[in-house]
Design a protein around this ligand. Structure first.
Ligand code: KIV
Ligand code: ZN
Length: 388
């Protein structure tokens, strides 16, 4: 690692924003099990919940705070002083704790939800952050719906937060409205216009499928914390997926000189499976990095390439994310190389004309049947060799 290498702080919010996905409700024991795995994954922060939202969430945050070693434990709070105090009550047994204070700053949220004007939002920001700072030195502030907030007001609120004691400024793209270059420019603008000592963070939602791209644009523009969820869980279309952001940084390090994460990538697949099982959210087959098809090849040309050298069609080493190596699946697009290779792995030797004829039968079957099993292959070979 070069001397001026900079760590990208991985702030995992699977247990807070991720749990806000419709239909997910984890009890304290399940949350603890996920938190233990997140600690093995070596994330820097675990946002364990929103203590004021329910008694169950309060208890889950307390349990995680008192049991988990390694990552800093964070929890979310509105600016109300009683919320901040309740948040701290849940966090107070953690080895290291962060209070994450937020308030909406966009006109549409202020008018319809908060019923506050700009002066009131500024005053709430100051008082909420200052109260959090009385409890812990580690305070994060988020202007909710930042990407739809007028720039001048956003800067004013962020400056008030820093002046009141916030040391992380999170820029939430709450409704997934950002486009990579404009979100990157927003981060650069904050960096230039808010004075003080703070880390800039991204929090990108995926409504336009751009959460990972926007987070990375933020990092390129100077953000040094990303808020992410395992499997991209989160409100509506979800948040930036931890596994995508971490692997993009690793595989395309050339685009992020000197920036690294300390995530143990070999734990990614196990974490993804655990989260999928406990939340009941199945993983889409073609999900980047952790999907069942991420290292699977069906077409003949691709199979031929991968059998020679996996880097022909894979940019990630499957084992480096805890997945099984390249998988060859036989289907109607498969070629003779993959067919023969699969038979040889099954211990079947068949060559010359018999191989050609068996391959022709296989193609004919694959046109009609989606799942070609070992039993199908054995039957094809047996028929061809006249052993049935
Ligand atoms: O999306 C959002 O704005 C949030 C904040 C509470 C950070 O989740
Ligand atoms: Zn969010």
């Amino acid at each position: 690692m070069s001397q001026d290498a900079e760590k990208l702080i991985i702030f995992d919010t699977t247990l807070r924003d991720g749990e806000q996905s419709p239909g997910i409700s984890l009890d304290a024991t399940e949350k603890l099990e996920i938190a233990e795995q997140l600690a093995r994954l070596n994330v820097d922060y675990i946002e364990a919940g929103f203590p004021v939202s329910s008694q169950g969430d309060f208890e889950a945050v307390s349990l995680i705070a008192s049991r988990i070693q390694g990552p800093v434990i964070a929890a979310l709070s509105r600016t109300h002083l009683s919320d901040v105090d309740r948040c701290w009550e849940a966090l107070k047994h953690a080895q290291q704790a962060r209070i994450h204070v937020f308030i909406s700053t966009s006109p549409v949220h202020m008018e319809n939800m908060l019923k506050m004007n700009e002066a009131q939002v500024l005053s709430e920001t100051r008082s909420g952050v200052a109260r959090a700072k009385e409890h812990t030195n580690d305070v994060e502030f988020s202007p909710q719906d930042a990407t739809r907030t007028p720039l001048d007001f956003m800067i004013e609120v962020l400056q008030a937060a820093v002046d009141s004691g916030a040391n992380t400024l999170n820029v939430p793209d709450t409704v997934g409205y950002g486009i990579p270059w404009d979100f990157g420019a927003l981060i650069a603008y904050v960096r230039k216009n808010v004075s003080g000592d703070y880390v800039i963070s991204t929090h990108c939602h995926n409504d336009l499928g751009l959460a990972t791209a926007n987070s990375l644009a933020g990092v390129a523009a100077g953000a040094r914390q990303v808020e992410v969820c395992v499997n991209g869980l989160g409100e509506r279309a979800g948040n930036a997926a931890l596994e995508e952001v971490v692997m993009a940084l690793k595989i395309r390090g050339d685009q992020f000189p000197g920036i690294y994460s300390q995530v143990k990538t070999e734990e990614i697949a196990r974490t993804s499976r655990l989260v999928s099982r406990l939340t009941g959210y199945p993983l889409q087959y073609n999900k980047a990095v952790v999907g069942r098809n991420a290292f699977t090849h069906e077409s003949g040309i691709h199979q031929h390439g991968v059998l020679k050298d996996r880097s022909t069609y894979e940019i990630i080493d499957a084992e480096s994310v805890g997945q099984k190596g390249s998988q060859i699946v036989l289907g109607k697009h498969s070629g003779r190389h993959a067919f023969a290779d699969t038979l040889s792995k099954m211990g079947i030797t068949i060559v010359g004309d018999a191989l050609n004829a068996a391959f022709a039968r296989f193609k004919e079957l694959a046109d009609r049947k989606l799942d070609i099993t070992e039993a199908d292959l054995e039957a094809i070979v047996a028929e061809e060799l006249g052993t049935v």
